[in-house]
Design a protein around this ligand. Structure first.
Ligand code: COA
Length: 172
């Protein structure tokens, strides 16, 4: 394990839009593990800002950021539909800037979104997709009780290569 660093975790607010997009676009290029690649998010700062405001006001969506001093170095989200038949299902996403891997920031972000989900009155299933080769992320999810539900063969294509993707879930 690396030495400890003190980070802050809080809910994202609309004025984080630019820094969040920068962090997302940086981390998307650090590994082949994210769905987003060189094409970027395609969102303007204004669009991202409106999106964050919408999430902030939603009872079944959450976006949190990890801050080192004032710099965003990671984020985690749970996104759910507002359709009544499926609004209890939250899709989890999590990413930490590779420069800061191994400081337990992923763990802290995951614990925080799980606490949020447990307190939420709507979410009672969390699901996610993770590449089978992403052992670090799978270790983290299993440690927090996520179970494998299936493997999607050719679930993603990276650098021209088809790769399997695991579907995992945790009931709250
Ligand atoms: C997955 C991710 C969020 C983890 O962040 P992190 O801050 O490095 O995570 P932590 O330091 O809290 O924990 C890492 C854990 O993985 C373990 N680990 C590290 N390398 C590993 C490997 N090759 N295989 C299995 N476990 C591994 C560590 O020992 C630690 O577990 P422990 O706490 O039980 O000792 C980060 O690697 C990341 O952003 N990856 C790219 C984006 C991504 O893959 N997101 C998930 C897509 S679904």
């Amino acid at each position: 394990m690396r030495e400890k660093i003190e980070i802050g975790i809080r809910e994202a607010i609309p004025t984080d839009a630019k820094a969040l997009l920068n962090c997302l676009e940086k981390t998307a290029l650090q590994t082949g593990f994210m769905t987003m690649g060189e094409e970027g998010s395609g969102l303007t700062v204004e669009e991202e800002s409106r999106y964050i405001a919408k999430l902030y006001d939603s009872p079944n969506n959450c976006l949190i950021v990890a801050l080192l001093d004032d710099k965003i170095i990671g984020m985690a989200s749970i996104h759910a539909s507002d359709k009544p038949k499926i609004n209890h299902i939250g899709e989890l996403g999590i990413v930490v800037d590779k420069e800061y891997w191994g400081f337990k920031i992923g763990t802290e972000l995951l614990e925080e979104v799980l606490r949020w989900a447990e307190d939420s009155e709507t979410i009672n299933r969390i699901e996610l997709k993770v590449q089978q080769r992403n052992e670090r992320a799978i270790h983290l999810y299993e440690k927090y009780g996520f179970e494998l539900e299936g493997v999607m063969q050719r679930g993603v294509r990276d650098d021209g290569e088809f790769l399997p993707v695991c579907m995992m879930s945790k009931l709250i």
